[in-house]
Write a new protein. Structure first.
Length: 130
C-alpha cells in the first residue's frame, strides 16, 4: 500500500465528509431530518491492524487472496439517530456541524500538504536536487 493511495482515500473521505456536513447544515430546519456522518478513520485503523506483511501472487482470478490485498477502505456515510435536539425530530446542531466543518477543512489542508510532500519527494528522486 503506497502513501499516495492512502492519502488519496483519506482526501476522498474528507471531501465526502464536507458534502455530508454541508447537507446536514442545509437541512437544519427540515422536520424529522437526522444528521449523517462519515466514518473512515476507524475503518482504516481496523484495516491496518488486520493487515499482514506479505501477499501471495495470484496467477488466476479463482485463486484465494493470501495476505495483504492492498484494498484501502473508503469512507462510509452513516445516520446519527441517537439524539433528538428539536421538537420537530430534527437533530442538527448548527454549532457542532460548523465545528466539524472547520476541523474537516484543516484535516483536508493537512492531507493536501502531505500529498504535495509525497510528490515533491518523487520529483527529487527522479530529477535529483536542482
Amino acid at each position: 500500500m503506497s502513501n499516495i493511495s492512502l492519502l488519496q482515500k483519506a482526501m476522498d473521505a474528507s471531501s465526502l465528509r464536507q458534502q455530508v456536513i454541508s447537507n446536514n447544515i442545509a437541512n437544519a430546519e427540515t422536520p424529522g431530518y437526522k444528521t449523517k456522518q462519515v466514518v473512515f478513520e476507524d475503518i482504516l485503523k481496523k484495516h491496518l491492524t488486520n493487515q499482514t506483511n506479505f501477499a501471495g501472487n495470484r496467477t488466476d482470478a479463482r485463486h484465494l487472496v493470501i495476505g495483504n490485498s492492498n484494498n484501502i477502505p473508503t469512507g462510509t456515510v452513516v445516520d446519527n439517530t441517537n439524539s433528538v435536539i428539536q421538537n420537530n425530530g430534527n437533530n442538527v446542531d448548527i454549532d457542532e456541524e460548523m465545528t466539524r466543518m472547520g476541523k474537516n477543512s484543516i484535516w483536508y489542508y493537512t492531507l493536501t500538504e502531505q500529498m504535495n510532500s509525497e510528490f515533491q519527494q518523487l520529483s527529487i528522486a527522479i530529477k535529483g536536487r536542482s
